[in-house]
Every structure is written in C-alpha cells, then in structure tokens.
Design a protein. Structure first.
Length: 57
C-alpha cells in the first residue's frame, strides 16, 4: 500500500506535464493548418539546387 503513496503523485505530475505541453502547443499555434502540413509532406516541390554538371574540359 505504501507504493501508492509514490505512484499517485508521480502519475499526477506526469499528467500535469502532458497537459502543460498540450496547452503550450495550442498557444504556439501548432495545429493551425493540418491539411496544409499534410499536403506539404507529400509534395515533391522543394527548393533544391540542381547538381552541378562535371565538365569534360
């Protein structure tokens, strides 16, 4: 029964940390454009310079 005196505060503090992390993500607008983020992951349009061609000089 003494183990409950340790496990209950630990679980409550871990839950509070998770809740604070969730509130932090809401305040920093992490969930503003989920459809745009999903489309951006699948897109191949990214800015990458083409590899330089090796000359035969």
């Amino acid at each position: 029964m003494n183990i409950l005196a340790v496990l209950i505060p630990i679980s409550l503090s871990l839950g509070a940390v998770g809740l604070l992390a969730f509130v932090w993500t809401l305040r920093h607008r992490q969930y503003e454009d989920p459809r745009g983020d999903a489309a951006r992951i699948l897109s191949d349009d990214y800015d990458e310079a083409p590899a330089p061609k090796r000359g035969t000089d």
